[in-house]
Design a protein around this ligand. Structure first.
Ligand code: ADP
Ligand code: MG
Length: 682
């Protein structure tokens, strides 16, 4: 019996309640738990001396207990436990509130590591609620797991240790021996043990390398296999002699060169036997919708239907408006299908789609993917806004034979990486903005300028413009930390500086419907200032918003700052972006300067790749990528190309990974591409 694959409840110390929390993270067995990797490590290898430590920043120190002070019962339900310790030079206090355990464990004369933030300084400094471990059996690189309500890193460390014992009894391996040898990879069981309990930085690096290699390899195997399969399909070839001159003639502007090139590439694909699989990448405002409309016009002239899918209702409505503006003048009337379409109307629209009288259908993914029958579906366009996941990509409309597929994304990704991340797609880039746009003016300032910045924002609100204020502690948009920060920031502004204005709040933990109604209110100018975490619905067009202020700007990647900045500058009025940072770090400040210098998303993405490595482009589940945890830490492009080469070699010799020695890899790839319950590769 292999304990690794039993329900997680079978682990000692995991009851029903904790199991439920693990299930929420997608962890159902001890095996799954082993692949729940630390977010970072607390480094105890270089403890600091208290005299050298600043207040407010967490430090690891090594100290000996001098004396345990008497427990202070301040009032009912509030008890303070204090221990006087010394680092050899300076005495200081470890202070615990309402938690007796560590206090009880500590003994005078014994040595401990403590990790926490310092306060005070007048008489004696204090470390508040520190983490403490005994020196003898300390983990010098102590794993910290991604934050989850009700599951502490300490609990996870204990549970994982048990899972590691099971692993030691029955190690498993996914990599064929030849690959392990060629690329000098350590065994999987070793790598798993080490990431969860590293002895030193060097072995941790080898373990992470092995895990990152594997994640990237699986990812690339998956995309390459998708590509292999789609190349064997035959689609609907449209007529090369089709003309859409009337479409061009009726546009209110002339297309950019980039748009024209994109339209040519797409129409050429539409006339091919093989179904198109193309990604249209272009910065916010580069005019992707006009390209989509041209493609839809081309298909309509061939008697084929086009569907345009958007991730949210409000985006679908926006697209409906634009498509109608572009297509109605040439006699094509798009129809709209979303969650809020009334039943009766929905029936009528579905009828029009089924009998072919509606040639362009706009709607939300959810609605369209359900039970719509098309008369002759020729082209499926998805507007993903964000980067999007392999599973969604693979699940794209398997309706009516093999329609041509076009995916639009507003996230600029450097070409070298795009070829890998979107290895199954052909890529077209809109790298040119329509003429006559006012570039957004960007400033990086320190917190000392905040009041002046508020004043500047108010001047703009007073003349009827709107603003965003982004407040996030860390990048993961829906972390509890961020939600709390945004909530209290919004409250402070409502009570204080912006009490005379309508302040709204948007964060990642809100229900989709609530998010949409806030965005709708913003669009309808029922909100002047929207406080938000990084969720600000990408792609929602509020042309009246002219200002965005981003707190803690140094904590974000440039690409993400660029996305955020793209919320403004969508109208004809001059827009501004204010980046606030108190970081004293030179690199961080240098990065922010890049933002002031350029508004070209691709240039910024290249810069991000240089400065932060490719990890950023792989790391965030919120972008719809599978969560490549280890790859997120990977800072070298060579690893990315190395794994691409390995993937190609493997598939050349065994296109479907059917050989016995490739079975474990095949299974892993299928799992990776089937995340979110959609069938990517089966
Ligand atoms: P994207 O989806 O790429 O962010 P949109 O397609 O929404 O951009 O276009 C942004 C705005 O620019 C729209 O109002 C659109 O009508 C306009 N637009 C698109 N192409 C051009 C062009 N070539 N010249 C001027 N305006 C354009
Ligand atoms: Mg758009």
């Amino acid at each position: 019996m292999n304990e690794l694959y039993q329900p997680i409840e079978t682990l000692a110390g995991v009851g029903e309640k904790r199991a439920a929390k693990y299930h929420k993270l997608g962890i159902h067995t001890p095996y799954d738990l082993l692949f729940h990797f630390p977010r970072t490590y607390i480094d105890y290898t270089k403890p600091v001396m208290i005299a050298d430590a600043e207040n407010g920043i967490p430090y690891a120190v090594r100290c000996t207990v001098v004396q345990k002070l008497a427990v202070a019962f301040v009032r009912k339900g509030f008890t303070i436990y204090r221990v006087v310790v010394t680092d050899g030079l300076t005495d200081f206090l470890l202070v615990f509130y309402n938690t007796p355990y560590t206090y009880q464990m500590m003994k005078p004369g014994e040595e401990y590591y403590a990790y926490g933030k310092l306060t005070g300084g007048f008489l004696r400094r204090e470390m508040q609620s520190p983490q403490v471990q005994k020196v003898e059996h300390a983990l010098l690189l102590q794993p910290v797991y991604p934050q989850t309500t009700g599951l502490t890193s300490q609990m996870m460390r204990t549970n994982i240790q048990r899972a590691l014992m099971y692993l030691a009894q029955q190690p498993f391996e996914t990599m064929p021996p030849s690959l392990m040898q060629d690329y000098q990879l350590i065994p999987l069981a070793d790598a798993l043990r080490i990431v969860h309990r590293p002895d030193n930085a060097k072995e941790l690096e080898a373990a992470r390398h092995r895990l990152a290699f594997e994640e990237l390899l699986q990812f690339q195997l998956g995309t390459l296999m998708l590509k292999q399969r789609s190349s064997g399909q035959t689609g609907i070839a449209m007529s090369k002699s089709t003309t859409i001159q009337d479409f061009y003639d009726n546009l209110p502007f002339s297309l950019t060169n980039a748009q024209q090139k994109a339209i040519h590439a797409i129409c050429r694909d539409l006339c091919g036997q093989k179904p198109m699989n193309r990604l249209l990448q272009g910065d916010v405002g580069s005019g992707k919708t006009a390209v989509a409309a041209a493609a839809a016009a081309f298909a309509a002239k061939n008697g084929m239907q086009t569907v345009l899918m958007a991730p949210t209702e409000i985006l679908a409505q926006q697209h409906m408006q634009t498509m109608t503006d572009f297509l109605a003048p040439i006699g094509i009337q798009p129809v709209l299908l979303t969650g809020s379409t009334k039943a009766k109307e929905k029936r009528e629209i579905k009828k029009k789609i089924a009998d072919g009288s509606a040639s362009v259908v706009v709607g939300t993914h959810a609605v369209i993917q359900k039970d719509i029958e098309f008369a002759s579906l020729g082209l499926v366009i998805t507007d993903e806004q964000h980067r999007f996941g392999v599973a969604q990509r693979a699940a794209l409309a398997e309706k009516g034979g093999y329609p041509h597929k076009l995916v639009m994304s507003a996230t600029p990704i450097p070409r070298t990486l795009a070829l890998i991340i979107y290895g199954d797609l052909d890529i077209t880039v809109l790298d040119e903005m329509p003429k006559g746009r006012l570039p957004i003016q960007t400033f990086a300032v320190t917190g000392g300028y905040r009041e002046r910045a508020y004043g500047f924002i108010k001047e703009h609100l007073d003349v009827g413009e709107q603003a965003y204020l982004v407040c996030a502690m860390i990048e993961e948009s829906d972390s509890l930390e961020n939600v709390q920060a945004a909530e209290s920031y919004a409250e402070t502004l409502k009570q204080g500086a912006f009490s005379a204005y309508r302040v709204g709040l948007l964060h990642g933990k809100m229900k989709p419907a609530d998010k949409e109604s806030v965005m709708a209110a913003m669009k309808a100018h029922e909100i002047d200032l929207l406080v938000c975490t990084t969720v600000v619905e990408v792609g929602v067009d509020v042309p009246n918003a002219t200002l965005i202020l981003i707190e803690n700007a140094d904590r974000f990647g440039l690409a993400q700052l660029h996305q955020l900045r793209g919320r403004v500058g969508r109208g004809s009025v001059q827009s501004y972006c204010i980046l606030v940072t108190d970081s004293k770090n030179e690199d961080a400040r240098e990065r922010l300067k890049v933002m002031s210098r350029t508004t070209n998303g691709f240039a910024i993405a290249e810069e991000d790749l240089k400065l932060r490595g490719p990890g950023d482009f792989f790391g965030h589940a919120q972008h719809g990528m599978p969560p490549l945890m280890q790859a997120a830490f990977c800072s070298n492009m060579p690893l990315v190309s190395e794994t691409q080469m390995a993937a190609k070699q493997l598939l050349e010799s065994d296109p479907e990974l059917m050989r016995p020695e490739h079975q474990p890899l095949r299974t892993a790839v299928l799992q990776l591409f089937a995340k979110k319950g959609e069938n990517g590769l089966n």
